[in-house]
Design a protein around this ligand. Structure first.
Ligand SMILES: Cc1ncc(COP(=O)(O)O)c(C=O)c1O
Length: 389
């Protein structure tokens, strides 16, 4: 049975060119990048800095502003806990954070942890299309606000928030702007200067790089002060101690370089395939419901609900197609999606939703197969569901 992978928001396969670039770093160039007294260390260090530069170029940053972490979860934790922990006891009193109800759990959960430490948190709601209303953001920022954290692209519905406008508001109001760009870096253009971003989280495994390696961009001018969350050997400007994962970093750098050269073409191709998927599904399922804005959306994302079916029955039947239940939380819990709840999608539709994430390796033929499988299944699933009522 040939499996079709359309779950590119969960993770992506490594590009073979990434694996090739990483291979020597397991055996030949195995040095510790912190070893300053011999060539093994120097070579590792040079490769780490070359990769650092690739990541920086992709987001318009200086290479010294990139801090390596284990992934976007750690980057989000470092950003939010770092900017609040760095405040002295007096400066911490009654301080405030702004974020959004549709954020990934790796932003929402640290914000809960900060509440427990005495910070006030505003979680902004979104409009029915998933976009943040800028007036709500303006109204939420207070003189005591330390940081605004708004994700670049949503991991479920693929909606792109207006980063440049958000950054301009934050800069004008003198608050830090953090963005979780795990789903956006390498997929859509991002520029930390033009967008006034102070902190940006990203991760390699969403862009055809390896798992377990990510980065946090930390603006140096004007300086963004952070308290480290991992103490030890003082690696990464003292912000994240721990021996660097050199093969992972090299793979991350290669993945960024590939995205930089292929982004325009790849986006065009994936948008066309995604539109082909939507058109095919709509033709066979005329009452199909699309969740989130189609205009401000990642080119490789589609998120739909199919009225009258039960999502779990659909996923049982689709055993050769890897997609995600659109209503599943990003954690392993059976809780309905907080993102669809924020969009005010009703429960039945939320339970009947599917998230598609196309990848660099998705083909035209696979899209046709998925359309015919799904369209063919829907009448049976509807009959099944109707019989249960
Ligand atoms: C928007 C978003 N933020 C953060 C993460 C966490 O990234 P990582 O798996 O690198 O910790 C993910 C991954 O699912 C994500 O989609």
């Amino acid at each position: 049975m040939k499996l079709i992978y359309l779950d590119g928001h969960a993770t992506t396969p490594c590009d073979p060119a990434v694996v090739d670039a990483m291979r020597p770093y397991f055996t030949e160039v195995f040095g510790n990048a912190a070893s300053r007294h011999h060539a093994f260390g120097w070579r590792a260090r040079e490769s780490v800095d070359a990769a650092r530069a690739e990541i920086a170029i992709l987001v318009g940053a200086h290479y010294k502003d990139i801090v390596f972490t284990s992934g976007a979860t750690e980057s989000n934790n470092l950003a939010l806990k770092g900017v609040t922990d760095v405040l002295g006891p007096l400066a911490k009193r009654d301080r405030h954070i702004v974020t959004v109800a549709t954020e990934h759990r790796s932003v929402l959960d640290p914000s809960v942890a900060l509440e427990a430490r005495g910070f006030r948190v505003t979680r902004l709601t979104v409009q029915p299309d998933g976009l943040l209303a800028l007036d709500n953001l303006r109204a939420a920022i207070e003189p005591d606000t330390v940081v605004v954290s708004v994700m670049a692209a949503n991991n479920e519905i693929g909606v792109l928030q207006p980063l440049a406008e958000i950054g301009a508001i934050c800069r004008e109001r003198g608050v830090l702007f953090h963005t979780d760009a795990a789903q956006a870096v390498g997929k859509v253009p991002i520029d930390v200067e033009q967008m006034n971003i102070d902190l940006l989280s990203c991760t390699a495994h969403k862009i055809y790089g390896p798992k377990g390696i990510g980065a946090l961009y930390v603006r140096r001018r004007p300086r963004t002060s952070l308290a480290p969350q991992m103490h030890g050997g003082g690696h990464e400007r003292g912000l994240r101690s721990g021996t660097l994962n050199v093969p992972g970093i090299v793979g991350f750098g290669k993945a960024c370089a590939l995205c930089r050269t292929s982004m325009t073409e790849e986006s065009k191709r994936l948008r066309a395939l995604r539109d082909q998927l939507l058109a095919g599904l709509r033709a066979g399922i005329p009452d199909l419901h699309v969740n989130g804005s189609m205009e401000n959306r990642l080119p490789h994302n589609l998120h739909v609900s199919i009225p009258g079916i039960d999502g779990s029955a659909l996923f049982l039947a689709l055993d050769d197609i890897a997609v995600s239940p659109g209503a599943a939380c990003s954690t392993a819990s059976a809780e309905p999606s907080h993102v669809l709840a924020a969009l005010r999608v009703d429960d039945d539709l939320a339970r009947a939703s599917i998230r598609f994430g196309l990848t660099r390796f998705t083909t035209d033929g696979e899209i046709d197969d998925v359309v015919s499988r799904l369209v063919g299944l829907v009448p049976h699933l509807r009959a099944q569901q109707a019989a249960l009522r």
